[in-house]
Design a protein around this ligand. Structure first.
Ligand SMILES: [Zn+2]
Length: 140
């Protein structure tokens, strides 16, 4: 279960819509609690995918930036609990590329953006056999 603040929703939508028709991406910082993954902070990151022309269907967060965010999070007693990105003119279902690049401990939150407007969002997590399973999203 992924627990987000209701305030995070407009923030994530704004990022996804402003980045359209490219994919936006970013990091979810928070805590793992008995209840689930509690998001405390949304950190936008640049889409670093090369070539830029493919950023409408690919994203990449620079490994160096990810490392910096990990360290910064640890210093503040938080951790990276997930990655978010958008799917311009595509459903919020995780792609095979998403699955092949996913890390087991993270949630993968995806916003579907149709014609510049967020239509849907889903969160995904790898199961023990390496397949994505949809994860319950709770806004509070
Ligand atoms: Zn994707």
């Amino acid at each position: 279960m992924l627990i987000l603040n209701t305030d995070d929703y407009p923030h994530l939508c704004r990022h996804a819509e402003n980045t359209y028709p490219q994919e936006c991406c970013g990091v979810l910082l928070g805590h793992i609690t008995r209840e689930g993954k509690q998001v405390r902070e949304i950190r936008e990151t640049p889409n670093d995918w090369q070539p830029e022309a493919q950023r409408n269907q690919r994203f990449r967060i620079s490994p160096l930036l990810l490392l910096q965010l990990q360290k910064e999070a640890r210093d503040r007693h938080l951790e990276i609990i997930g990655i978010y990105h958008s799917h311009p003119d595509y459903s919020a279902v995780a792609s095979e590329t998403d699955r092949s690049l996913a890390w087991p401990q993270y949630s993968y939150f995806i916003l579907s953006v149709e014609k510049g407007q967020v239509k849907d969002c889903l969160s995904w997590q790898l199961d023990d056999s390496g397949q994505f399973q949809a994860e319950t999203i709770v806004w509070r």
